[in-house]
Ligand binder design. Structure first.
Ligand code: FNR
Length: 346
């Protein structure tokens, strides 16, 4: 594919994603907490900092992978980086393939590091990228971790997409052995199964981002990009973020699990934590904020988001992430079905 077509694709993704709307009812609405009437914790006592094996986060919220690879997306990365710096959020850039193929594109990603020299930044490559290039991607960003995205349904829906996946697991293994930073294997909105997470853990992966169904939908985006919407019937493919987190219960004692995909408000974020997630990512909401409202308002949006997470923690009477992990969660019938049929009750 030519560089200009690739740039066009990056811009298309941003444009179409911003035009998507979210489902009215998601699996986040299918779980509940129990209300207790007299909290024993004050809002300013709530500590949402996260200690991970390889780095610490001042808050569990992070800006998830989106973009880079064109002039417009460079500006988006710049704005997101300023928000990340001012709020202390970790931030991932989008797939760095464009820069690995064409050094002229590097600045569209490295702007994230320039604007936020001391922040936690994740670089991003696909699961088929040779290990030496994955290492180069980390060095380019001076990244604290590398996200390796797994997006088979997206590739398969794209006419020009990848059709060979059988070497992915071996290649991820090579990447884990080659790069000097933690590798986060990340979905792009189709969720993860217990089997996938266990297999990844066996080859030494310590971090996953389940990125489940319920938010940005790449079957729809790729179908939207062409006139013949011939695979749109697959738009409900995959596990929701809630289902993926239920799938992850078994690996949570020995892997760090990040949640993303359709997280749209502080209550969704707290629910992810209650299902055992260590951190919670959002993509499209940050894109919409910086593009529609600008950097200053996005900073206020993040501050309000975190403050509201603290208020919800007080309503649930829990002072920190560990206590949120142990909250009692009530599931509706459809989620109970999933738990039963997948034998996830431990
Ligand atoms: C993405 N996403 C993504 N993920 C990835 O690992 N590499 C990438 O290059 C991209 N590119 C990308 C572009 C745009 C415009 C969007 C909105 C998203 C997927 C993203 O990181 C996340 O997994 C999903 O978007 C689900 O989260 P939200 O958007 O529902 O919060």
């Amino acid at each position: 594919m030519s560089d200009s077509k690739r740039e066009q694709r990056k811009d298309d993704h941003v444009k179409i994603a911003m035009a998507q709307s979210d489902a009215q009812l998601t699996d986040f609405d299918r779980i509940r907490f129990v209300h207790h009437s007299i909290p024993s914790v004050d809002v300013d006592q709530v500590d949402l900092s996260v200690k991970l094996p390889d780095f610490n986060l001042s808050s569990p919220l992070y800006i998830n992978a989106m973009t880079g690879g064109s002039e417009w997306t460079k500006q988006i990365n710049e704005k997101l980086a300023i928000v990340a710096k001012e709020t202390g959020l970790a931030m991932a850039v989008g797939s760095t393939h464009a820069a690995l193929r064409n050094p002229k594109m590097e600045s569209t990603f490295t702007v994230a590091r320039e604007k936020n020299p001391d922040g936690i930044i994740f670089s991003n490559v696909g699961a088929d990228v040779p290990a030496d290039l994955a290492k180069q991607s980390v060095e380019m960003l001076k990244a604290d971790a590398l996200q390796v995205h797994v997006n088979a349904p997206q590739e398969l829906v794209m006419p020009e997409g990848n059709r060979t996946f059988s070497d992915w697991m071996n290649n991820i293994n090579r990447i884990v052995k080659t790069v000097d930073v933690p590798v986060i294997v990340k979905e792009v909105g189709f969720g993860m199964s217990r089997e996938t997470m266990e297999a990844l853990n066996e080859i030494g992966v310590q971090y996953v981002d389940v990125s489940g169904r319920g938010g940005t939908n790449f079957v729809s985006i790729e179908n939207e990009r062409r006139d013949l919407k011939d695979m749109s019937y697959l738009q409900n493919w995959g596990q929701s973020t809630v289902e993926s987190l239920l799938e992850s219960k078994i690996v949570q004692s020995h892997m760090s699990v990040f949640a993303s995909g359709g997280v749209r408000n502080p209550f969704d974020a707290i629910k992810c934590l209650a299902l055992g997630a260590d951190a919670v990512g959002m993509s499209r909401p940050f894109l919409e904020q910086v593009e529609n409202n600008g950097v200053e308002q996005t900073i206020e949006y993040v501050e309000a988001f975190i403050e509201q997470m603290k208020k919800i923690a007080v309503m649930a009477n829990v002072p920190n992430i560990e206590a949120i992990h142990n909250l009692e969660v009530i599931y509706d019938q459809s989620l109970q079905n999933w738990i039963q049929q997948r034998d996830l009750n431990q």
